[in-house]
Design a protein around this ligand. Structure first.
Ligand code: SF4
Ligand code: SF4
Length: 132
């Protein structure tokens, strides 16, 4: 007991070792693994991220122009960030808030949408030209 006395006294005056999360959120430190963020303007729906993800946290349905991300499956390994040829995935240094359920995030590619619109317009123009 006498040997423990300094530690007990120190602990009495240093406060809690834990935080009152989520009221008190710790600021991410340098090189922390925060969360994955998708950029719809850069994504082409190539599907490489989904193929490489070891946690099956991403699915890509190109025909539907739909990328679904399951953040609560993600282990923030960063494999998708390096696999993406369009630089459309970032690792951001911000913790994801806690949640009672496991919401998924759905993204669409604005690049693919624009490409399809342009192709459809070109096809229409060609069809009109051929009809004349
Ligand atoms: S960081 Fe890893 S686990 Fe998370 S989505 Fe990317 S590849 Fe999958
Ligand atoms: S995020 Fe990158 S790797 Fe994933 S589908 Fe979009 S372009 Fe392809």
């Amino acid at each position: 007991m006498p040997l423990m006395l300094p530690t007990i006294l120190k602990n009495l005056f240093t406060g809690y070792a834990t935080r009152l999360y989520p009221i008190q959120v710790r600021e991410p430190f340098e090189n922390a693994r925060g969360q994955i963020s998708f950029n719809e303007d850069k994504c082409t729906m190539c599907g490489l991220c989904a193929l490489r993800c070891p946690s099956v946290a991403i699915t890509v349905e190109k025909k539907q122009n739909k990328l679904t991300f399951y953040p609560f499956r993600c282990i923030v390994c960063e494999v998708c960030v390096h696999a993406c040829p369009s630089d459309a995935i970032d690792l951001i240094f911000k913790w994801r808030p806690s949640s009672y359920d496991k919401p998924e995030e759905v993204y669409k590619s604005t690049r693919l949408e624009h490409l399809r619109e342009t192709t459809d317009a070109a096809k229409d123009a060609l069809a009109t030209k051929e009809d004349k």
